[in-house]
Design a binder for this molecule. Sequence first.
Ligand code: PCA
Length: 322
Amino acid sequence: MKALVLLLAALAAAPALCAQSVWKLATGYRAESFHTRNIVQFAQEVERASAGALRIEVHANNALFKLGDIPQAVQDAKAEAGETIMTSLVPGMPIAGADAVPFVVRSYADARRLWDLQRPLIEGHFAQRGLKVLYAVPWPPQGLFSVAPVKSAADFKGTRMRTYNPATVRIAELLGATPVDVPMVEVNQALAAGKLDSMITSALTGVENQVWGQIRQYYGINAWFPKNIVFVNQKAFDALPAPVRQAVTQVAAEAEARGWALSETIAQESVGELQRKGIQVGRAPAELDAELKRLGERFSREWVQSVGNEANKIFIPYYFQR
Ligand code: PCA
């Protein structure tokens, strides 16, 4: 009997003994968000596919590092892996802003084509920082939320617009609004405290922050599809045995495919949910729509100038090689 107990104890401990590597993966989004749920599934599948040789601990909600600090933390090996919104990297990596240029990507199929073209460039920039890209998944399309109905760009003058990346800051400026940086997980509080008049984000982010207490309007302008990117410190990756590296790469490709499908489903569900909660959902009024398109063109020109030749590597094939 004693021998049996000892044997069972040894078996129970066996997976732990095999779990040679543990990675911390930091994200700035909530545990319940679809991106994080997808990451948790990715982690579980890595553990299974590597027979316990690699365990990934997911730290959500800015708990380990703030969203914008995560790439540097992973580069400095303070965490082995992380997730951030790619467009937050724009100051040091202008090409990362390709997926927040307004009105370029109009559908998930467009977003896919853009990522296929953008990915090799992004991988090169990440490699220069000692980072390896695992996968990227888009947020649902970005719409315009407003506390009050708006008819034209003039209605934004002097109002406060919530921002989450350099692109939203520039758009607020072009509209004559004051940009107010609010992390995604604090949007609800900021709205409840009366600190915001409008924001451009996904219907999903509106749902997750239960914005119906203050927000009255949602205009489905489909401005862009920003992506979250999941990455790992290259040295941490290289330290794994070859079969485990293969397992990670394979499971990452599956997580990417699953995440894109989830995003598309959730995009539709979220707009319905906003409507059910009493938010007016519709298209932007014609005058505002035309002004936003002009503003988008100006934004594109500025962005192409800031990026230089790499922008052509994406947008020439994007527009001319369909
Ligand atoms: N939600 C995140 C980024 C894009 C989105 O849809 C946010 O609002 O911060």
